[in-house]
Design a protein around this ligand. Structure first.
Ligand SMILES: Nc1ncnc2c1ncn2[C@@H]1O[C@H](COP(=O)(O)OP(=O)(O)OP(=O)(O)O)[C@@H](O)[C@H]1O
Ligand code: SF4
Ligand SMILES: [Mg+2]
Length: 467
């Protein structure tokens, strides 16, 4: 973030200050949850996408994208959600932001059941819950200036921030480390990292309480990923935001999450405090995911001597395996795993696991010790050397994210020296300018209506700190 942005951040009252909200005539859904109180509660949440065939479009099956998940998110915390492609992460994100209607289950925000709220009922909630989308190339309308894009929420809600919309949008640009003078530029004039910053500014316009970020950095180059992750972290510190951050990359969520949920085929396999999940993963699937992440942590080095490569494809979510749905790829699977679904239960304080034979804990089905014949073939162990050889993107991200803030400050000083051009110059190194015009149009018309939230009269203000 630039010095400019930091100055702005200091000059602006914090999120808890309700002045602007009152000035704008907006009402909050409920009393703000105090840090540590449950902000979002999800119970038995399901989303089954129907599969229809024939002239009569009869339903012949369903994609069980999210198939009964339970979790809570506390105010001020970051919940990371990881899992392989297609396991239902994005669907879960869209369910909790109510961009999708659940098939079953319950979503509560600040104690209020919002599962089936209509458009009108959702209006106040839209101010409080925002989403940042994965692809910075397709989530911004290429025909709109960034000023128009970021000011849209204010217009949609009829909110006039103190000092006017333009001034507020420029402040938001500063907050996310962009040059306020670029208000009239178009998305294609920005690099990928800068576009993601624009998406973040748009999400912050309404001063939300909960931000769901769906793979916010996966489309970006490694060095830019670290900048955006740090920005999200700084904004959380400054604004007291609560995050649900979805990612493929465990090294990304590791640095920003307080707790981590591991998903597989529409279910949560393990949900635990960040340190527990990294030091003593209990679910075999978590262990396999973890072993694939090279982490420059000497304390873990001794514990991890091999990499677990899961064999076979992820089964179809149309017909997930019986019992434990990981049993077709689990090297510990026994008979009970094929017939009885293990419940997600707290086996250790702060660590919930759905497994009959967890790692680092007593067996939950000790009588059922005979491995399935397939189980022995389900995973391959790779040596530490091979693991070291393959250490690439995630390790680089980890190193970047952890890098000294002094480097950042130095870079920012350099940027400021370059005045108006600086921000762009810094990020242009990494992301390239893929076009994405038509895609962007589609995305914004598809998502925009719901994403562009209703504005709250008090916009966010940034600052610099660190987790
Ligand atoms: N609108 C839809 N209609 C039918 N099926 C869908 C729809 N959206 C998602 N799915 C299916 O639901 C499953 C979960 O998709 P989702 O996008 O939530 O996965 P994901 O974990 O976000 O994957 P990725 O990491 O690739 O983004 C997939 O099998 C997907 O094909
Ligand atoms: S041991 Fe059984 S219950 Fe545990 S993850 Fe493997 S298949 Fe599932
Ligand atoms: Mg996704």
């Amino acid at each position: 973030m630039s010095e400019n942005a930091k100055d702005e951040a200091v000059a602006i009252p914090a999120q808890s200050d309700g002045t602007q909200s009152e000035a704008a005539g907006t009402a909050t859904l409920a009393e703000d949850a105090a840090p540590g109180e449950v902000l979002l509660k999800v119970t038995g949440l399901q989303k089954h996408f129907p599969i229809k065939k024939g002239l009569l479009q009869r339903q012949v099956g369903a994609v069980r994208a999210v198939d009964g998940i339970d979790f809570e998110v506390k105010a001020g915390e970051t919940l990371g959600v990881v899992g392989e492609s297609g396991c239902g992460k994005s669907t879960m994100g869209r369910l909790i932001t109510r961009l999708l209607e659940p098939t079953a289950g319950k979503v509560e925000f600040q104690g209020k059941d919002i599962t089936h709220l209509g458009v009108g009922g959702m209006r106040p909630l839209r101010r409080d819950v925002q989403m940042i989308f994965q692809d910075p190339y397709s989530s911004l309308n290429p025909r709109h200036t960034i000023g128009t894009i970021i000011s849209a929420p204010f217009h949609l809600q009829g909110v006039e921030p103190e000092g006017g919309v333009k001034k507020e949008v420029q402040r938001l640009l500063s907050v996310v480390g962009l040059n306020p003078e670029h208000y009239n530029r178009y998305p294609h004039e920005f690099s990928g990292g800068q576009r993601q910053r624009i998406g973040i500014a748009r999400a912050l316009a309404l001063n939300p309480k909960l931000v769901v970020a769906d793979e916010p950095v996966s489309a970006l180059d490694v060095s830019i990923q670290a900048q955006v992750v740090n920005l999200l972290d700084d904004l959380q510190q400054e604004l007291g935001l609560t995050y649900v951050i979805i990612a493929h990359d465990l090294s990304v969520v590791r640095h920003v999450s307080d707790r981590i949920a591991v998903m597989y085929l529409g279910k949560i396999m393990e949900l635990a405090d960040r340190d527990l999940i990294y030091k003593t993963p209990m679910h075999p699937y978590t262990k396999a995911l973890m072993s694939a992440v090279p982490i420059p942590d000497p304390s873990r080095k001794s514990a991890k001597s091999e990499r677990i490569l899961l064999k076979g494809d992820v089964p179809s979510p149309i017909a997930p395996p019986s019992g434990c749905r990981f049993h077709t790829r689990c090297w510990k699977a026994t008979q009970i795993c094929t017939t009885t679904e293990p419940p997600l239960k707290e086996l250790r304080p702060g660590q919930q696991v759905a497994c009959h034979h967890p790692e680092n804990f007593e067996d939950q089905a000790p009588q059922d010790v005979v491995l399935l014949s397939d189980a022995k073939e389900a995973a391959e162990l790779v040596s530490e050397k091979a693991l070291a050889d393959s250490a690439a993107t995630s390790a680089a991200v980890a190193a970047e994210v952890e890098s000294d803030e002094a480097d950042e400050a130095e870079a920012e000083r350099t940027k400021d020296a370059g005045a108006a051009e600086d921000t762009e110059a810094t990020e242009d190194t990494g992301s390239g300018d893929k076009p994405g015009a038509e895609a962007a149009e589609v995305a914004e018309s598809a998502d925009g209506a719901d994403e562009e939230p209703p504005a709250k009269g008090k916009p966010g203000k940034p600052g610099k700190s660190g987790k």
